[in-house]
Design a protein around this ligand. Structure first.
Ligand code: G4P
Length: 280
């Protein structure tokens, strides 16, 4: 799979974020809990390293909890705060304002030392398309403010959102694309819905998925497709699933496109169970 990363996009997003950063006390970065590194824009580290950071591991309902726990430790080791959330159902969201205040304690202490009333804390919320940033914002704001796009990369207008009296949230200006550092990152982004279906190859993506599942979640794979054994070769696995699902063309040959489509949809709909596609 070859997807271009345009330096122009990166430069524009960087300028836009830098401009807003002057106003900001804390950066909230939303990532997909199934692929916490692949669903990040690497530029964010480069330009926001001097700000306190809260990482929200969203879509945790779809991820493998044991792996997610390891990611929490990973981010904490970097000196960042992190929270495991499911923005769709509102799980873990109540802790966000508490974490923001905790991260901004030095600033709040400074206000107190000067005898000043603390102003609202200002947070910039970042995330690549489709990680659930709008869902998070809507949940935090407790009302429907941001229009949620049903396609990755839908532009949303920028605005400050009040979270009680103590926090103000600014949505990312522009679109922060992920970086396709290698093929595997592209596959992970395709599988989790961060890139459009038109631009990736189903079969290649599903070969990656089946290979990964075979190594990391063999039981889930066997259960879903009623297989007692998993063949060595991914091609044979396509055959086995195809036969189970009746994806045959005349002559009894397995239709690989149909198998790829079925496995892809099963993954997307969570029918293979909770799965993390990336490990620390
Ligand atoms: P964005 O602003 O970062 O681009 O993402 P947005 O909030 O629009 O969310 C993208 C999709 O992810 C939405 O589904 C949304 O409902 C879903 N989503 C957000 N948070 C969670 C979560 O914690 N768990 C789960 N399971 N889903 C979540 P959608 O519009 O149906 O898109 P899609 O799922 O078909 O891609």
């Amino acid at each position: 799979m070859t997807i271009q990363w345009y330096p122009g996009h990166m430069a524009k997003a960087k300028r836009q974020v830098l401009e807003k950063l002057k106003l900001i006390d804390v950066v909230i970065e939303v990532v997909d809990a199934r692929i916490p590194l692949s669903s990040r824009n690497p530029m964010v580290d480069e330009i926001t390293s001097h700000k306190p950071r809260l990482v929200l591991l969203n879509k945790s309902d779809l991820a493998d909890q044991a792996v997610t726990d390891k990611w929490v430790t990973y981010f904490e080791d970097k000196g960042w705060a992190s929270l495991v959330i499911d923005a769709q159902r509102g799980k873990g969201m109540k802790e966000i304002p508490l974490k923001v205040k905790e991260l901004c304690k030095p600033l709040l202490d400074k206000f107190a030392a000067k005898g000043m009333n603390p102003r609202a804390l200002r947070a910039l919320i970042l995330g690549i398309p489709n990680v659930g940033k709008s869902t998070v914002i809507n949940r935090i704001a407790n009302k429907k403010i941001t229009k949620i796009g049903d396609r990755p990369g839908v532009t949303k207008s920028q605005q400050w959102i009040k979270v009680g009296k103590e926090i103000e949230l600014l949505d990312t200006p522009g679109i922060l694309w992920p970086k396709f550092e290698d093929q595997d990152v592209g596959f992970r982004l395709a599988l989790t819905g961060a890139i459009k279906e038109e631009i990736f190859d189903f079969q290649e993506t599903v070969v990656f998925l089946l290979d990964y599942l075979k190594k990391n979640y063999p039981e889930k794979l066997k259960n879903r497709y009623n297989l007692t054994e998993l063949p060595e070769e991914v091609g044979e696995l396509f055959d086995a699933i195809g036969k189970r699902r009746g994806c045959l063309v005349p002559g009894g040959i397995v239709d690989y496109d149909r198998v790829a489509e079925i496995v892809f949809r099963d993954f997307r709909q969570g029918k293979l169970g909770t799965i993390s596609l990336e490990r620390p």
